[in-house]
Design a protein around this ligand. Structure first.
Ligand SMILES: [Zn+2]
Length: 351
């Protein structure tokens, strides 16, 4: 199983889960189960078939279930119903043993009738799809997403697997996505950060691989390959920018007597998600804006043949942050206003 492609494992797992919801789940489905030749009603691992019962009008579970006593009908009743009385007790005993315990338990419990499907969809033994409201659903109208949702499958974006491997851990993705959404930076800045986490930035390396870049090199340092992590973190020109930003954050932390989270590639790529809510918002707003400036300047170099030094980038980021704060001042709740004031403080600490 180890070397089995993950895709097939998932497929088998999903199919098994799917089959498990196929067993009849509501009382009527169980009552209408055929007793004979039914794969779900087996004795000694084989479906049973007793002609005498069929000829006497006993076909389904309903025919041998006593609703009043909530139990299988009495031996007396069966004896009186059967046309041929020979050999009846042995067949009747086997039949009783063949009825799955699950069926009996469900029939006995009044409260599970009708049991609402736990998953969004379920299949009756007539092979029709039903939804939660017990309405027939046309299979072609069920989207894959809904099936995944109804089977409680986790839909894991590829990028999560990539970063889990890169940073060698099962990252707390829920927190990461929530914090990414809470940043107060501009829409464009938030979009860039979102694209970075999703690993869908068209870096020169990506373009190079599909023959759309001359050399795949970084526009800032012109020497290293422009990969996502190089462009936004490890390029020596960009690194200086982050060092200045994080120096300011360090001073801010010292002033506030709070813990300083040091600069790291993981922090730049995924954003701040593991600190207190306020600090997460503040630092992500700043980092997203800086990432946006990096991307914007990279494109200016690429398409307008200009160049940027680290200190020009820092000055640009400070200007962008200041105008962000100004636009915030007008229409903010007092809580966010407070955040804006803190960001202003940090901008003044960036040298
Ligand atoms: Zn570079």
């Amino acid at each position: 199983m180890e070397n089995f492609p993950k895709y097939y494992l998932e497929l088998i797992k999903t199919w098994s889960k799917f089959l498990s919801i196929q067993s009849p789940i509501n009382k009527n489905d169980i009552l209408n189960q055929q007793l004979f030749g039914n794969i779900k009603i087996q004795y000694n691992k084989k479906p049973i078939f007793f002609a005498n019962f069929g000829k006497s009008g006993i076909h389904t579970i309903k025919d041998i279930w006593d609703e009043e006593t909530k139990n299988i009908k009495s031996d007396n009743f069966i004896y009186n119903t059967l046309k041929d009385k020979r050999n009846w007790i042995s067949e009747w005993t086997r039949l009783k043993l063949a009825i799955p315990k699950l069926f009996k338990d469900r029939l006995k419990n009044v409260h599970v009738d009708p049991e609402p499907p736990k998953n969004g969809y379920y299949i009756k033994n007539t092979f029709e799809f039903y939804d939660k409201q017990n309405k027939v659903v046309i299979p072609s109208e069920i989207s894959l997403k809904l099936i995944q949702y109804s089977l409680n499958l986790d839909i894991v974006p590829n990028c999560q697997i990539k970063w889990n491997i890169q940073y060698n851990s099962e990252l707390p993705w829920k927190k990461i996505w929530i914090n990414l959404n809470k940043s107060m930076s501009s829409r464009k800045a938030n979009q860039i950060s979102w694209k970075i986490v999703h690993n869908i930035i068209y870096t020169e390396q990506k373009l190079f691989r599909i023959g759309k870049s001359n050399n795949g090199k970084c526009h800032f340092c012109k020497t290293e390959n422009e990969t996502l992590t190089h462009l936004f973190h490890s390029c020596n020109i960009i690194m200086v920018v982050w060092e200045h930003i994080f120096d300011a954050l360090k001073t801010y932390n010292v002033l506030n007597n709070t813990v300083y989270i040091p600069l790291s590639e993981e922090l730049i790529i995924l954003g701040m998600y593991d600190y207190n809510k306020k600090y997460n918002v503040i630092t992500n707003t700043i980092m997203n804006t800086v990432k946006w400036i990096i991307w914007k300047c990279r494109n200016i170099i690429k398409y307008q043949s200009k160049s940027f030094t680290s200190s020009q980038l820092i000055a640009y980021a400070k200007r962008e942050l200041s105008s962000l704060i100004e636009s915030m001042d007008k229409s903010l709740s007092s809580k966010k206003e407070n955040f804006a004031a803190e960001i202003k403080l940090i901008i003044n600490l960036i040298h």
